[in-house]
Design a protein around this ligand. Structure first.
Ligand code: AMP
Length: 125
């Protein structure tokens, strides 16, 4: 698989500090911040600091250290935001590529919660 990373994407600008963000958590390899257009009471975007375009790019090409750091951050955020699945729970989504309707070409996971979220997809007619 071959991916071309666009340094001009908006999350690259956030990582460079060119535009502001509302940071939830930051580690050596990972940043989490509030979505600018929240679709639920809690809507956080979790991104690696490395230049990965999609979830499958990250899975194939990130280091083990980056991958562990990313998913540990996810778990910590879920707990810290009161969304753990032994409590109310939450949903994670990662849109990838054309069929996934990915808007920003820097891998990110949406963490959504704070209310019942309904079905993930509308049944196909
Ligand atoms: P996706 O369609 O999965 O690529 O989602 C991109 C997400 O990025 C959307 O939910 C946007 O609301 C969000 N977004 C775009 N620009 C910003 C920004 N400057 N700060 C925070 N979230 C943003």
């Amino acid at each position: 698989m071959s991916y071309t990373y666009d340094d001009k994407n908006i999350f690259a600008m956030i990582l460079r500090g060119d535009i502001p963000n509302t940071t939830v958590k930051e580690t050596e390899h990972t940043l989490a911040f509030r979505d600018i257009n929240p679709q639920a009471p809690v809507h956080i975007l979790l991104i690696p600091k490395g230049k990965y375009v999609t979830a499958d790019d990250f899975a194939a090409n990130a280091s083990a250290e980056e991958i562990v750091d990313f998913w540990r951050c996810y778990g910590e955020i879920a707990a810290e935001e009161g969304l753990a699945a032994d409590g109310p729970g939450h949903r994670i989504i990662s849109n990838a590529g054309e069929h996934g309707l990915q808007e920003v070409p820097h891998f990110h996971v949406h963490i959504l919660g704070g209310q019942g979220l309904g079905p993930i997809l509308t049944p196909r007619g």
